[in-house]
Design a protein around this ligand. Structure first.
Ligand SMILES: [Zn+2]
Length: 150
């Protein structure tokens, strides 16, 4: 099977989040058959919920649709390196592969900071692929934060 990136769909969710005044991060979950089973963008402000990150919302949606607390064989695409909370949720959900775009030196918890998947207490670590469409994701974040500062 040839590799098909779903990062474009995650970027679409990130742009929609920016339009809602949320930090532009988007995520999509791909089922074992290669189809998108959930898509989400950040909604922390709209929902008054600090845990309403794109990854968490996508995982909740996919688990509800599947009727399972585990997403074995599923792959997650997200436009920004997951924070420690989301990395832990990805581990709990038993997600197979994690693809992310921009790295997050400030709040990331995968390649830096807490490095959740490298921790001895982490019982499941996905395969991690970073840097996919990173420039696009970084431009979105920069534009969002520049506009808020201006
Ligand atoms: Zn997060």
């Amino acid at each position: 099977m040839t590799f098909k990136s779903h990062m474009d769909a995650a970027l679409t969710e990130a742009r929609a989040a920016a339009d809602r005044g949320e930090v532009p991060v988007g995520a999509v979950l791909i089922g074992p058959d290669g189809e998108i089973v959930a898509r989400a963008g950040n909604r922390t402000r709209e929902m008054n919920d600090p845990t309403a990150h794109a990854e968490v919302l996508a995982i909740r949606e996919a688990c509800a649709a599947l009727g399972s607390e585990r997403l074995t064989g599923h792959d997650l695409y997200v436009t920004l390196e997951p924070c420690p909370m989301c990395a832990a949720a990805i581990s709990f959900a038993r997600i197979r592969r994690l693809y992310y775009a921009a790295s997050d030196p400030k709040s990331g918890g995968v390649a830096q900071g807490a490095r959740i998947f490298a921790h001895p207490q982490c019982h499941h670590a996905p395969e991690v692929y970073d840097g996919i469409a990173a420039p696009e994701a970084e431009d979105l974040l920069k534009a969002f934060f520049n506009a808020r500062r201006g």
